[in-house]
Design a protein around this ligand. Sequence first.
Ligand SMILES: O=C[C@H](O)[C@H](O)[C@H](O)COP(=O)(O)O
Length: 261
Amino acid sequence: MSVPSVVAAPTSSIESAKQLAAWTAVDKHVFPNHQVIGIGSGSTVPYVVERILAQGPEVNKDRVFIPTGFQSKELIVEAKLRLGDADQYPRIDVTIDGADEVDKDLNSIKGGGACQLREKVLAEAADTWVIVADYRKNSQVLGTNWKQGIPIEVVPFAYAQVLRGLATLGSPAPKLRMAKMKAGPIVSDNGNFIIDAPFPEEQMKDPLTLLTRIKLLTGVVEVGLFCNMAKAVYFGNEDGTVTAKLQGGRVENYSKSPVAA
Ligand SMILES: O=C[C@H](O)[C@H](O)[C@H](O)COP(=O)(O)O
């Protein structure tokens, strides 16, 4: 049986870095006994699926894959893997997802693709939640490289009030995220709006406090700050190595192995 192809071969150093991170994370965290697997969103995740497919049809035939949104649902279907949903599988063995930025303590900003609500549900459901990213996402403090702000999903009729609330919390310029090829705001997979709220560095240094405050604003559905959740983060580097930051502070570096083509 031929293995379906879900992603083209990388043609840039950034794409190669994403692939290396994804392959290494799969090799380290997706084991044959894992039956329920969460598939995150973004441009790094197709390489995760590619590596899972390489584990072979025998190991994948009894597995169920849970998507974090429309994109990953399509990816799972295209890969001819079995699709499930979070309400059928409230406990997941392992979820692998991308991120927009990750700090020194493995806290992350997510939601650049407006998927943070489902992503957080699948992160919380997972025994092991792992992030994969390229080197541009590796920071000391959130907001250093990801300047557009924290993605916040809000119910549409409350967006103006949430914008005011975010300004009161200290965000200098929270903005409703507008669509590119449609008039008006983008609408999430859950039918909601997204606000991007930048905050000063001082507040970004304590993402858990910020998350708690934003979440309390009426009308907020979910905040794209993921705190104290990741077991490990794999960054693909420009030189073809991978840096793994693990819960507890350990850092490991891998040369081209353990990823074998
Ligand atoms: O909403 C989207 C997600 O949080 C993505 O995982 C995040 O934006 C990272 O995507 P990418 O791997 O394309 O940078």
